[in-house]
Design a protein around this ligand. Structure first.
Ligand SMILES: *Cc1c(COP(=O)(O)O)cnc(C)c1O
Length: 354
């Protein structure tokens, strides 16, 4: 029997972190920033000339690209912007992973990668992280159709340094290497400077985490004019206006407010150190995070139970029921008050279980 249903796309989508309207909830499950966006970005929103919304945005988002080029010390021709870095990454997959060979990434990583591979029919292979959840760079010597790696990695929170990235690039001169730097501002090593040396390197970034603008959907990529040119061509074959006028205005204002950016990032890092120490004092193993979240576990306790216990107490964290990481929980760093509530509930969980 023929049916139109046979012609529909069958796909398993990415599952985003839970959202909730309940204001009483401590929401530390989606790696969002606990602080508001820069007051200058808020000002840009308030002063926005709404009459101008009848015009299409600048298809090139030139002013936002210029602000980012200045910030990162690269040329405007080295910057690409998109509707969140998920949009930029999806375009990059379509632009650079067009060979027959499988692209390579770790077994434990951002769970959107396999979804895009399936959507765009890109073959892929994964290499297991070692027992300490680190990436073994030697795995990536094997021939591949491309490489994608978050640095720092998610959900492990662990980052690699310049030596590692250089080796990865030296082994992969014949592939495009995408480094997803969604969390880099919280203490990771940034490969942006290496884009001047390696034409095949694309570095992706986002305003969603360190710049508190997840709701505006602003992402970007930095790379050689060659790679950026292909990204532009693919974007313009799909949707010329991926970044709206309001995102452009608020994005520029955010980039220009370096002082506020520094202050909020430093606050998150300080709270992360405190929470890490508190959890370790209570017997948790906590990985050394370079991100705005931490991965933790505790011998003798079920992390799934802790996750559910906290949920009942209106503290939302993330638990992945996946091989190798099912013993861990992922906790986004919130404000000090939020983390105090989290720590207090963790304490009562441990006491209840004794
Ligand atoms: C959050 C995140 C993104 C996506 O960020 P958006 O700009 O909000 O789309 C991409 N990669 C990783 C690893 C992330 O954690």
């Amino acid at each position: 029997m023929n049916s139109y249903k046979d012609k529909l796309r069958k796909i398993t989508p990415y599952v985003p972190g839970e959202q909730s309207k309940d204001t009483d909830i401590v929401k530390i499950n989606a790696n969002e920033n606990p602080y508001p966006p820069s007051p200058r970005a808020v000002e840009a929103l308030k002063n926005f000339n709404t009459d101008a919304l009848r015009f299409y945005p600048n298809a090139n988002a030139t002013l936002l690209k210029e602000a980012l080029a200045k910030y990162y010390g690269v040329g405007v021709e080295n910057v690409f912007v998109g509707n969140g870095s998920d949009d930029v990454l999806a375009l990059a997959f379509q632009s650079f992973f067009c060979g027959r060979e499988a692209i390579a990434y770790p077994d434990i990583t951002y769970s959107f990668y396999p979804v895009w591979c399936e959507l765009f029919h890109i073959p892929y292979k994964t290499y297991p992280l070692d027992e300490h959840f680190r990436v073994n760079v030697e795995d990536y010597r094997e021939k591949n159709g491309g490489v994608v790696l978050p640095n720092p990695n998610a959900p492990t929170s662990l980052g690699e340094g310049e030596d590692f990235i250089r080796r990865l690039l030296d082994y992969n001169a014949d592939s495009v290497v995408i480094i997803d730097e969604a969390y880099v501002d919280f203490g990771g090593y940034s490969s942006v400077a290496l884009t001047k040396e390696y034409e095949n390197l694309l570095v992706c970034g986002t305003f969603s985490k360190s710049r508190s603008l997840a709701g505006m959907r602003i992402g970007f990529a930095i790379g050689s004019a060659e790679l950026i040119g292909v990204l532009e061509a693919v974007k313009n074959s799909y949707n010329s206006y991926t970044v709206d006028s309001l995102s452009i205005a608020m994005g520029i204002a955010s980039v220009e407010d370096e002082a506020y950016f520094r202050t909020t990032v430093d606050k998150v890092i300080k709270t992360r150190t405190r929470v890490t120490n508190e959890l370790r004092k209570r017997g948790f193993e906590v990985l050394d995070s370079q991100t705005n979240f931490i991965m933790a576990t505790h011998d003798g306790y079920s992390m799934k139970e802790l996750f559910e216990y906290l949920k009942a107490k209106k503290v939302f964290i993330r638990y992945f029921s996946l091989p190798r990481i099912e013993k861990y929980i992922r906790i986004t760093i919130g404000t000090d008050d939020e983390m105090d509530r989290f720590l207090a509930e963790v304490k009562s969980f441990l006491e209840d279980k004794q």
